[in-house]
Design a protein. Sequence first.
Length: 660
Amino acid sequence: MAENGVIKSRLLNGKHDMNEINGKNSDFSNHVKNGKFRHESNSPSMGKQLGIKGGFWTATICYLVLFPLLFLRLLKRLLFGERSIRDTSLQAYLLTLYGLSPHLNHIDRADSAMTVQHLRVDCHVVSTANPLAINSTFIDQSRYIFIQQGVVSINPPVKKKPQGFTRGKESFENAPFCTAALTYLGFYHLMFLGYINMLFFTPKVAREQNREGYVPLYNRFENFYMRYVYRRVRDCWNKPICSVPGAEVVLKDRITKDYGWTFEYTGTETCCLNLGSYNYMGFAENTGPCAEAAIEAIKKYGLAYCSPVREMGCNPLQMELEKSIARFLGVEDAIVFGMGFATNTLNLPSLVTKECLVLSDEKNHASLILGLRLSGATVRVFEHNNMKALEELARDAIVYGQPHTHRPWDKIFIVAEGVFSMEGSIVHLPEMIAIKKKYKLYLYLDEAHSVGALGPNGRGALDYYGCDPKDIDILMGTFTKSFGSAGGYLSGTKKLIDYLRVTSHASCYASAMSPPVAQQILSSLRIISGEDGSLEGERRIQRLARNTRYFRRRLKQIGVITFGNEHSPVVPMLVYMFSKIGAVVRTLSARKIATVGVGFPATPLMQGRIRFCLSAAHTKEQLDYALDVIEERAITLGLRYSQLPRDMTPIEYGAEDEID
């Protein structure tokens, strides 16, 4: 306690230095090795996230309880003159409740530019300190009892405002009560019908009994969810692509005659406006200088080196790429990998260990979460982009130290993304850097969706805010979005990168980057940075900025709810109800617009959405056509949920819409 008091007093006086308390605790290490202490970061299963444990009867009870509550709410609004509910919303709910669509048994043209596998699983860790070491001046007696029993965490996330909130240029508007009630009612209705279907009809899948004495190999609820809930909208995903996913994409047409169990291809194809691919800078091309350079690389170096870098070395293009990335980002050195997902998953275990603490944003990508789990580090989650909650976690981590022993953490890392791929928000980087410097923490920034897409020079969130690259300890990014290629990179000091070259599993055991892949990245990087001697890169950056601002402003005028920053090319449009996800994707695909729908479990149950990804390859005419169709569908399906005032001033598509 005396040690903690000294640390706390020095922390409050601004004199605390993490380097002075970075000693290891041998007793704690021995306890870990002996199995007395265990790191707990198990994420809840799908059923636990929904609170579903009793299967059929739970769904039935929820349905019977929610329906009378919804009816009473509607009756109250009618009798006491509260704001009436749009008829279109109720009509759309009734039409889409069962996930039915007139296009289901015909040729559907929904986009599946990418399989929706952005599963984000919460990794909250409830870790309580020794009850004897908790000071009553910080925690009252009643709350202390709950903490002692493990009911609540010492550092709960800060709650959001009831009516939504706006932070700077970002907005997150909450759904009206009626919409929330209809969303839950519709979902549990689907669950109820699914259990009825499972009880009385034979599933069209192979059934296998669990072996006696063995733990079940499959999760029963997830199997049920895939067969009887997801199957109703399965026609909206996983469609083969027959062209380059540029501004337009060609999709294979298919039909289903058994409501999503199987599909048959018709032999025809449909060209759709592509609003689903991460082609931010428009480099998804099969013609032009980048494609020609990749072809020449194949002729000179072949397709692959078929060996790890540490065994047989790498090709000259990969070495040149690492130098170019470091020069582009303004750092000392960089290392590249052949897979973007593995860049996070296989490198984080080299940076943090069991006696390290990670402060992670609650909306971080699955690759970050998986990498942190593999590392064994303790993870504490802070509310999305809430710098106050982050600072509270950092302060408590330094004051209280590790659980049970209260020894200082070996390292404390902050892990966040530049642009969050599901929310469309941008990290509050200046405030995060200030916290990092104040408490002597490390910062790991994932710029997968921001490099190339943000900033006047396309260098990501750092360029967007004008921050110094030296303030970020580790910069991560991928080449699958803005560069039209594959793979990822980590950049930082030369000492750090040299350490990763010999300790990272992604470097030691994975094959070297394919030569044509590396050449595609080099060619697009030269264009973005202007090293090719042209202004094409600058024009693409400005065009993407104009498209983003124009598209987001028009959506606000339509009256739909969108999440994220006004400068983010990732634009989530909230539709809430599970069945409306399929209805919107199908109706847009019928008008030759390819989109991606995202619902539970990739998002919370109450936040089903359609995600649009804008590109520098899109023209104003293409965006106007898409917006006109979206407005028409929003009226028909009742998607205009926004209650914020709308500015109906005509929006001009021009230079004034560029990033400030």
